[in-house]
Design a protein around this ligand. Structure first.
Ligand code: SF4
Length: 471
């Protein structure tokens, strides 16, 4: 999938595993010529259920922990890589380390009954077919495609559904390039896990950028195209260019911004530094910028450690030199980043590196939400506590925000109105643009973790947007 050349992961003299904790000097970030000169090539290596036991670090885990990885990794996608293992995870802090939890399945990520069912099948030597059947059954109970994505957001062209694109908000179209529907490592909380879990009929993917161009010609209201996945930057640069070049050549005046959603800065920053075609990727970024389109790289950072390695900082610096803008986002996740201090550190560090904090999401209602979910009221308190302690430049961030069926709903806070304690909310994006920025109120509920668990305040029978129906 990805290759690399001659660039080591850490500055000379720094032990590999220490890069999580020791920040490199800022002046080592300035240009390609300042790369450390070690000769050991940095090759991407994936670890999954078939080979993770070969990692020497696994000797730190108990037999129960290793078995739990085997069990949960059957149901939720499991993949990590040598960068995450060697440079992000602080093995002295395992099992509580956020990078470890982010990549290695934990027993509690499955409901106890589901865990026990798979464990029993494995322990009793059940056939692979029998295990697969049970895995499939459990996956379908985990709300694999939340918020009506399969049914409601599909654009149409000449009477045909464009599976592989989504058009939910008027100005923005999502495009899922076929070869970009995987990632360099899999987040255990992943909200798009059916993209790579091999669930029949549930994957979005498209190969023909021509259909995208045709669609954009017919929809001048679309100003932004978001290439997403999976991770589009797992693709070879030439393949990514084959999707983007037609957009540039089509000379669409209404298309203003090309966005690329990615986690490479957190999972494989060498993609922009030393992979065989890293230079081609940076050249593609420069070409997009030179065409007059705005290029926004939408980067997923989940915890502050992801910003501390030399490679992540170098990848950010190189990307910014192309004229691309980096915007950052993450869900708020129990066990990973549910402390205000972590967000203060992330947003402050991101601004210092020239990135723009964009969203704090709430963990979506899919997969292991019961493990990662944080109640909406707690999420608001964490957000507020962090937000009030960062500079104005970091307050570009929106949150906490649910990407729910009717739209992106932000929790504004808790208050008391006419003697009733309420949660105030608003749409940042809506299926109906008229819903945006209209405050609405829910009954106070300190356990609710998602929009559909909230009830309207003041005795109203439904929220205002529900009166409009699901269309
Ligand atoms: S990077 Fe995104 S798509 Fe990939 S595993 Fe993580 S959340 Fe899922």
């Amino acid at each position: 999938m990805t290759n690399s050349a001659d660039i080591p992961s850490t500055p000379p003299g720094e032990p590999v595993n220490a890069s999580f904790r020791v920040l490199p000097a800022r002046n080592s970030l300035d240009s390609r010529s300042s790369l450390p000169g070690e000769s050991a090539p940095r090759k991407y290596k994936a670890y999954n259920l078939s080979n993770f036991r070969r990692l020497s670090q696994m000797s730190r885990l108990s037999a129960e922990q290793l078995f739990a990885i085997e069990v949960v990794g059957r149901v939720l996608p499991f993949k990590t890589n040598n960068y995450v293992v060697e440079e992000l995870i602080d093995w002295e802090n395992v099992p509580d380390d956020p990078a470890f939890i982010l990549n290695f399945p934990q027993r509690e990520m499955l409901e106890p009954s589901h865990f026990d069912e798979i464990a029993w099948l494995l322990q009793t030597g059940a056939s692979p077919e029998r295990i697969q059947e049970k895995v499939k059954e459990i996956r379908y109970t985990l709300n694999p495609h939340p918020d009506g994505q399969l049914e409601y957001n599909l654009p149409m062209l000449a009477g045909e559904e464009l599976r592989g694109m989504q058009h939910k908000y008027r100005e923005t179209v999502l495009f899922f390039p076929d070869q970009g529907q995987t990632c360099h490592a899999y987040c255990t909380f992943c909200f798009r896990w059916p993209q790579f879990a091999g669930m029949e009929g549930l994957k979005f993917a498209m190969q023909d950028p021509g259909l995208l161009v045709q669609y954009l010609r017919q929809h001048p209201e679309v100003t932004d195209v978001l290439f997403t996945g999976g991770d589009p930057l797992v693709m070879k640069s030439s393949i990514l260019a084959a999707y983007i070049d037609p957009l540039l050549e089509a000379d669409l005046p209404t298309l203003r911004t090309i966005r690329i959603g990615t986690k490479v800065f957190g999972y494989w920053p060498y993609r922009l530094i030393s992979d065989d075609d890293a230079d081609d990727l940076l050249a593609l970024f420069r070409k997009i910028v030179a065409s007059g389109k705005h290029l926004a790289i939408m980067v997923h950072f989940n915890h502050p450690g992801e910003l501390e390695t030399w490679a992540a900082r170098q990848a950010i610096a190189l990307t910014r030199q192309t004229g691309a803008e980096i915007r950052t986002q993450s869900p708020l996740l129990a066990h990973v980043n549910d402390q205000p201090e972590m967000w203060i550190k992330m947003w402050t560090e991101q601004v210092g590196l020239g990135c723009v904090p964009y969203y704090m999401f709430v963990a979506r209602d899919t997969g292991a939400q019961h493990y990662f979910g944080v109640p909406l009221v707690t999420a608001w308190k964490i957000f507020r506590d962090a937000y009030r302690q960062v500079s104005g430049l970091a307050r570009t961030v929106h949150g906490p925000c649910m990407s729910a069926f009717p739209g992106k709903v932000q929790v504004l806070g808790v208050n008391e109105i006419h003697g009733e304690k309420v949660i105030a909310l608003q749409f940042l994006q809506g299926r109906n643009p008229d819903w945006v920025r209209r405050p609405f109120f829910a009954q106070y509920d300190e356990r609710a973790i998602w929009l559909d668990e909230l009830k309207p305040a003041f005795g109203e029978p439904a929220f205002f947007f529900e009166k409009s129906g699901r269309s």
